[in-house]
Design a protein around this ligand. Structure first.
Ligand code: HEM
Ligand SMILES: *[C@@H]1O[C@H](CO)[C@@H](O)[C@H](O)[C@H]1NC(C)=O
Ligand SMILES: *[C@@H]1O[C@H](CO)[C@@H](O)[C@H](O)[C@H]1NC(C)=O
Ligand SMILES: *[C@@H]1O[C@H](CO)[C@@H](O)[C@H](O)[C@H]1NC(C)=O
Ligand SMILES: *[C@@H]1O[C@H](CO)[C@@H](O)[C@H](O)[C@H]1NC(C)=O
Ligand SMILES: *[C@@H]1O[C@H](CO)[C@@H](O)[C@H](O)[C@H]1NC(C)=O
Ligand SMILES: *[C@@H]1O[C@H](CO)[C@@H](O)[C@H](O)[C@H]1NC(C)=O
Ligand SMILES: *[C@@H]1O[C@H](CO)[C@@H](O)[C@H](O)[C@H]1NC(C)=O
Ligand SMILES: *[C@@H]1O[C@H](CO)[C@@H](O)[C@H](O)[C@H]1NC(C)=O
Length: 329
């Protein structure tokens, strides 16, 4: 009796370790012999792109996020429409919003020139995200690598899995939880809104008649409200841009969290992290606002966590030669 329980326990531990093993296949040294310069090749192209477009780093990290939340980090977001592909680029959270595909293609060309057929488009996005953050003043981390590229896209999944700024903290927390990310990850990763832009249509619901109240969102500071109303007139086209971080728009720093404390979060989903009374997110915002080191450490860890979402590894998927299409199509 005792020994059968003991062997059951041993077998369970063994199977658990095996499962962990198969889940933990990404590695910082994956390209150490096949493409040792992969990271600096990516970084150089991102650095050049930043010279002419101060927003591109923000756009690139967002691509990695929108990739990872849909079928895992498999570059599914990069596939164009074709006979077999309904592109994720046309999904509601992405259409007329995500950008950076030309730079992705330039990075891919540079990688192929040095190491043909070796570095996946999914890993390219993870590396570009790290470069973008660090080149903008943010932390550096050791990117885990070895993802492979999908043979399919999931437009319906992109419609439903990527959080919307309007859906409320509870629903957004559920969408993070659905991909294995917790409240700490949610707050840290939301800190990516320390750089980049949003269109009026992503936040103008807060400016004139919030939730049918006839008034603006009460958690929006009045001076910031005035500025945003000028940027986004009522009945405007909705495509004008505002900085996600009004204080240091292009720097990767912790001012996003200070903005939230000052009722100067741009998106409803940003401000809710601080203004939802009793929420577990509030003290995390306060921590990151008072301690940039704590934010940077958490952000780096949460980027690794996000990058670990369901990668294709081993002989699954492929290494695309053109990020926009499945090989041979
Ligand atoms: C927590 C839930 C999130 C929501 C609801 C959300 C929503 C949005 C929205 C609505 C925009 C503006 C899109 C537009 O107006 O065209 C945006 C931009 C952006 N998001 Fe998020 N986001 C979230 C989390 C994240 C995460 C986890 C990251 C990265 C780690 C991220 C990075 C960015 C960046 C950098 C931009 C600016 C992109 C650019 O300027 O091209 N966001 N987000
Ligand atoms: C790697 O890049 C560095 C500069 O970024 C260069 O000096 C070196 O020659 C490159 N090595 C290889 C193997 O391409
Ligand atoms: C960028 O990364 C380098 C290491 O590659 C690090 O020394 C530097 O501190 C990082 N930048 C910032 C602002 O943390
Ligand atoms: C995803 O949403 C877009 C935009 O709302 C819509 O046109 C498209 O049909 C949806 N796709 C799927 C597969 O649900
Ligand atoms: C939150 O999710 C629930 C369940 O999916 C849905 O019924 C509800 O409409 C969502 N709330 C918002 C504000 O989108
Ligand atoms: C605000 O929206 C509500 C619900 O959509 C509507 O009934 C009300 O008339 C609007 N108020 C103003 C001032 O536009
Ligand atoms: C916006 O459009 C509505 C309906 O088309 C109109 O009643 C309203 O006066 C317009 N508001 C402004 C500020 O132009
Ligand atoms: C800031 O956070 C870091 C990392 O968690 C920690 O080591 C440090 O003690 C914190 N500093 C203060 C003043 O709390
Ligand atoms: C602040 O965040 C850091 C990094 O996640 C964590 O180590 C520390 O315990 C937090 N401090 C407080 C006071 O919550």
């Amino acid at each position: 009796m005792c020994s059968s329980i003991a062997s059951f326990v041993v077998a369970t531990i063994f199977v658990t370790l095996l499962l962990r093993e198969s889940n933990a296949q990404l590695s910082a040294t994956f390209y150490a012999s096949s493409c040792p310069n992969a990271s600096s090749i990516v970084r150089n192209v991102v650095q050049n792109a930043l010279q002419s477009d101060s927003r591109i780093g923000a756009s690139l990290i967002r691509l990695h996020f929108h990739d990872c939340f849909v079928n895992g980090c498999d570059a599914s977001i990069l596939l164009d429409n074709s006979a077999n592909i309904q592109s994720e680029k046309d999904a509601a959270p992405n259409t007329n919003s995500i950008r950076g595909f030309d730079v992705v293609d330039n990075i891919k060309t540079a990688l192929e020139n040095s190491c043909a057929g070796v570095v996946s488009c999914a890993d390219l996005l993870a590396l570009a995200a790290e470069s973008s953050v660090n080149l903008s003043g943010g932390p550096s981390w050791s990117v885990l690598l070895g993802r492979r590229d999908s043979l399919t896209a999931n437009q319906g999944g992109a419609n439903t899995s990527i959080p919307s700024p309007f859906e409320g903290l509870t629903n957004i927390t559920s969408k993070f939880s659905a991909v294995g990310l917790d409240t700490n990850d949610l707050v840290a990763l939301s800190g990516a809104h320390t750089f980049g832009r949003a269109q009026c249509r992503s936040f103008s619901n807060r400016l004139y008649n919030f939730s049918g109240t006839g008034n603006p969102d009460p958690t929006l500071s009045s001076s910031y409200l005035t500025t945003l109303q000028q940027t986004c007139p009522q009945n405007g086209s909705g495509t004008a841009l505002a900085n996600l971080d009004l204080t240091t728009p292009d720097n990767f720093d912790n001012s996003y969290f200070t903005n939230l404390q000052n009722n100067q979060g741009l998106l409803q989903s940003d401000q809710e992290l601080f203004s939802t009374s009793g929420a577990a997110t509030v003290s995390i915002v306060n921590n990151f606002s008072s301690n940039q080191t704590a934010f940077f450490e958490s952000f780096a860890q949460s980027m690794i966590n996000m990058g670990n979402i369901s990668p294709l590894t081993g002989s699954n998927g492929e290494i695309r030669s053109d990020c926009k299409k499945v090989n041979g199509s």
